[in-house]
Design a binder for this molecule. Structure first.
Ligand code: 0X9
Ligand code: ZN
Length: 308
């Protein structure tokens, strides 16, 4: 079975990306961005029908599993790769002709493996500074250099939302930062995929909004509306808006960081959880989430090309 049809382990996810880069060498480039605290590779793929480094197309950058217990998110990232590469349909050719893609299915491999082997509800990475605390892990979505430590973030290493001791203290966030800066001139969309709650979120967590908020809202609302046409009756409708108001304030997030450095459309997606499954979405829902979210991602890609 393909590793986006079930909750796969890191080895299976990496093997899938390796296989695609071998079978489609002209289109898929596998990049190992760095080694985690526990020595795992952080892998992403670049997808381009031309030469990715020709730098003439807008880029859509997607990452998932920043929070390790959010298991429904890597399948969405991998299914997106699948639909762009292995199962590209005629009506979707524009998506690779007009856009280059960077897809990082697991931002937090150490945490992700830990949720499979030890503690299903683990959220943070697994780094440990033994001279400071016995508690492991930094909340990667509090570790970016934007409003660092201001709200909904803890300075306590034992807390679920520990921000880290300073911005970008973690290899995982350094990697995403470096990708953003390496391609900043043409990253049109940064989409940070989480679960759960059915939200498209944007803007800054001091309750301010970017100058292009009307267009951001247009892209976000189009994603939500598109997904809603495909959603199951037991799923909530998507809510679209500024993260501060629609969800809660949170500082040091990658969404705010990417928006602040100039990515035109920086979005957080919170996938659906159906009734009250929370993070524990039954595997039977994986294909549904993949398909409906893919539709939203494709819609955003097309709009972002118009706005490029
Ligand atoms: O708290 C978070 O990091 C995200 N929610 S989650 O339940 N997946 O942990 C929300 C982040 C929303 N983005 C901003 N507030 N900027
Ligand atoms: Zn999350």
């Amino acid at each position: 079975a393909q590793p986006f049809t079930y909750y796969a382990r890191m080895a299976e996810i990496n093997a899938y990306m390796e296989r695609l880069s071998r079978e489609y060498p002209d289109i898929v480039t596998l990049v190992t961005a760095g080694q985690t605290f526990e020595g795992r590779s952080i892998n992403y793929v670049k997808i381009s029908t031309t030469n990715f480094e020709d730098r003439n197309k807008p880029i859509y950058f997607i990452d998932a599993a920043m929070h390790s217990r959010e298991w429904s998110t890597p399948p969405v990232a991998l299914y997106t790769v699948h639909r762009l590469v292995e199962d590209l349909r005629n009506e979707d050719r524009d998506l690779v002709q007009d856009v280059d893609w960077i897809i990082l299915p697991v931002q937090n491999p150490d945490g992700y493996e830990f949720t499979h082997t030890d503690e299903r509800m683990w959220r943070k990475n697994r780094s440990l500074k033994a001279s400071v605390s016995n508690c492991s892990g930094v909340d990667l979505n509090r570790n970016y250099d934007i409003f660092f430590g201001e709200s909904n973030a803890s300075q306590d290493p034992c807390a679920e939302s520990f921000s880290g001791r300073y911005p970008f203290s973690e290899i995982e966030t350094q990697n995403v930062r470096d990708i953003l800066h390496a391609y900043l001139d043409r990253i049109q969309i940064y989409m940070n995929i989480h679960s759960y709650g059915s939200y498209v979120l944007y803007g800054f967590d001091n309750a301010t909004l970017p100058a292009n908020v009307a267009r951001i809202h247009q892209v976000g609302a189009s994603i939500g509306a598109q997904i809603d046409t495909k959603k199951l009756p037991e799923a909530y409708h998507y809510h679209v808006g500024n993260s501060y108001f629609v969800l809660y304030p949170a500082s040091g997030t990658s969404q705010d960081y990417a928006q602040d450095i100039g990515v035109p459309f920086s979005l957080t997606l919170e996938l659906p959880d159906f009734q009250n499954y929370g993070f524990l979405v039954p595997p039977k829902y994986i294909p549904q989430i993949n398909e409906e979210t893919w539709m939203g991602i494709a819609t955003a890609a097309r709009l972002s090309v118009l706005f490029y």
